[in-house]
Write a protein that binds this ligand. Structure first.
Ligand SMILES: Cc1ncc(COP(=O)(O)O)c(C=O)c1O
Length: 363
């Protein structure tokens, strides 16, 4: 422990949990582990087109022409990518960031003051807690409930609303539940946001990975009822997390959107964090998105079939890269997951890792 007065917001417990300790021990012993938590696509054996690297020889990479929102060519490539899905969005309403996390950071700077609150789904992506803490924002977790399909627990959602609640985060489809937002929940969210002057932040990094072909997923790029920000990027769309390029697409009532864009532009101008080579390469890469997406989709479908073959019965999953398995008769998730690792050398995430608040209270 150091006496240096570091900020309170970084006063995290730095102790390893029992699962990471057990994992480290097995790694040190050279034990092979079947890692079912692997979500780094560059480590999953997918074949990336070598030609994609040729984009880096573009002469324009040798000139620096800073543009706060990102270069027009890259933003138009993103608008075209949406147009191919019949989603019309102007490239002027798109702002580039180096990662989705940075997109969240820009939006928290835009929407919140220290001590404000943001509604976060549970279960969901565990990084939210850190992203919010780093901006001195309180997270209030609204539950998603499962009745054959996932939906928002509206009573719980309403009970969390305060005058300091500035935004609601939606993950569409959600990690790990694989659920896209349904029409009823969408109407509910718009009503709540209109009534309480809140914005919606929709994380759609997994949107293209639709597994259930019987549904018609709704992208919030089309939601113009309330101030809406859609986050996405190439870490998932092209399976290229190392290239660091994401974006925020802004939608909603015109006057609010215009002000939001002006402010976001200044935030982005303060950092100018997106590198030129990747922006210059984006248009050609996005035209070939299916080359990698198809491999990832095949792999995820195969993994889900394997779960069914072994009678592990995942909960319904409509999209994304993850599956949730309900194990009702275990006493402690932590000891179950630990014994799976130590005895079978299989690594999975315990549910509480994605809920963060209380252990063993999923349903
Ligand atoms: C819901 C969700 N959003 C964002 C990300 C990360 O995106 P990026 O690499 O662009 O920061 C992840 C990564 O797993 C995720 O699950």
């Amino acid at each position: 422990m150091s006496d240096f007065p570091f900020s309170k917001r970084t006063d995290w417990s730095l102790q390893n949990n029992p699962l990471s300790l057990a994992l480290e021990k097995l790694h040190n012993q050279g034990t092979h582990i079947l890692d079912l938590t692997e979500s780094n696509p560059t480590r999953c054996g997918f074949v990336y087109p070598r030609l994609w690297l040729e984009a880096f020889t573009n002469q324009n990479n040798l000139t620096y022409t800073p543009e706060a929102k990102g270069i027009g060519l890259a933003r138009r490539a993103i608008a075209d990518y949406y147009q191919r899905k019949r989603i019309t969005i102007s490239s002027d309403k798109i702002i580039l960031t180096s990662s989705t996390s940075e997109g969240y950071s820009f939006l928290l700077k835009l929407l919140t003051n220290p001590g404000d609150h943001v509604l976060v789904p549970k279960p969901s992506y565990p990084l939210f807690q850190f992203l919010l803490e780093l901006h001195d924002v309180e997270s209030d977790y609204y539950p998603l409930v499962y009745n054959g399909a996932w939906s928002i627990d509206r009573q719980a959602f309403r009970s969390l609303m305060t005058v300091q609640t500035k935004a609601v985060i939606l993950v569409n489809p959600n990690n790990p539940t694989g659920s896209y937002v349904n029409a009823d929940d969408m109407a509910f969210l718009n009503e709540q946001c209109l009534k309480n002057h809140m914005a919606i932040i929709s994380d759609e990094v997994f949107f293209d990975y639709q597994l259930n072909t019987h549904i018609n997923p709704y992208s919030l790029c089309l939601n113009n009822e309330v101030l809406t920000f859609v986050l996405s990027g190439i870490s998932k769309i092209l399976g290229l997390p190392q290239m660091k390029l994401s974006w925020i697409a802004v939608n909603g009532p015109n006057t609010i959107v215009d002000t939001a864009m002006q402010r976001l532009e200044i935030i982005a101008d303060t950092y100018l964090s997106v590198n030129a080579p990747v922006q210059n390469a984006l248009a050609s890469w996005l035209m070939e998105e299916s080359l990698v997406q198809k491999q990832i989709l095949d792999k995820v479908n195969q993994n889900i079939s394997t779960l069914h073959q072994h009678n592990l019965k995942p909960l319904a999953v409509d999209g994304g890269w993850y599956a949730v398995i309900h194990k009702p008769f275990i006493k402690s998730e932590e000891s179950f997951v630990l014994s799976l690792l130590e005895q079978e050398q299989v690594l999975v995430h315990p549910g509480f890792f994605l809920i963060l608040i209380k252990k063993d209270t999923w349903f």
